[in-house]
Design a protein around this ligand. Structure first.
Ligand SMILES: Cc1cc2nc3c(=O)[nH]c(=O)nc-3n(C[C@H](O)[C@H](O)[C@H](O)COP(=O)(O)O)c2cc1C
Length: 163
């Protein structure tokens, strides 16, 4: 079985989760930045990870997901919003919809630190929801932490065992 672990990450959070997953699966998988994947055709299982942007999938990643069809997929997501926030479920649903047409085995998500630079840009944004996000930074510090990464390893094992 050919397994790909691929991710999009601007500030490193999703990359950390991707590395934990890749290490858990071991030598049987390929590990690539999403920008470096030329084709998904030959893979039997794709672990695909990205951060939540604007309550959903980053635009560049969405284009790539649109090209995926009838693939076995396991998805991992990092986000700043706390899991008990009212809009949290909605943003995960938006990510799930972007994977429609594929066989989604499991979705893993955890918080990822909102970088200082990003929080400052958001604080100065004209968009009110972005200004609200800027205030979330302190709640995201040091994520993904050890427990998040342990959970992501468990997710990887669960996906492999469920095949
Ligand atoms: C432009 C931008 C938009 C974001 N929008 C959201 C959002 O709508 N919901 C959320 O929970 N987090 C949002 N975040 C926070 C990121 O999802 C989070 O910090 C993530 O862990 C970053 O991942 P990375 O380090 O792999 O790039 C946003 C971050 C950026 C830079």
């Amino acid at each position: 079985m050919k397994i790909l672990v691929t991710y999009y990450s601007r500030t490193g959070n999703t990359r950390k989760v991707a590395e934990a997953i890749s290490e858990t699966i071991g030598e049987d998988s390929e590990f690539k930045k999403i920008e470096d994947v030329t084709s998904f055709e030959n893979y039997d299982l794709i672990f695909i990870g990205f951060p939540v942007y604007q309550f959903g999938v980053p635009r560049d990643v969405k284009k790539i997901l649109n090209g995926l069809n009838r693939k076995k997929v396991a998805c991992f997501i990092t986000h700043a919003m706390p899991e008990n926030a009212p809009l949290f479920g909605k943003q995960i649903d938006n990510c799930k919809s972007a994977l429609a047409g594929n066989e989604v085995i499991e979705i893993f998500s955890c918080q990822g630190e909102l970088s200082e630079k990003t929080a400052m840009q958001m604080a100065n944004s004209e968009n009110e929801s972005m200004r609200t996000f800027a205030k979330m930074r302190k709640n995201t510090l040091n994520h993904p932490d050890k427990s998040d990464l342990d959970n992501s390893r468990q997710f990887a094992r669960f996906v492999i065992e469920s095949l």
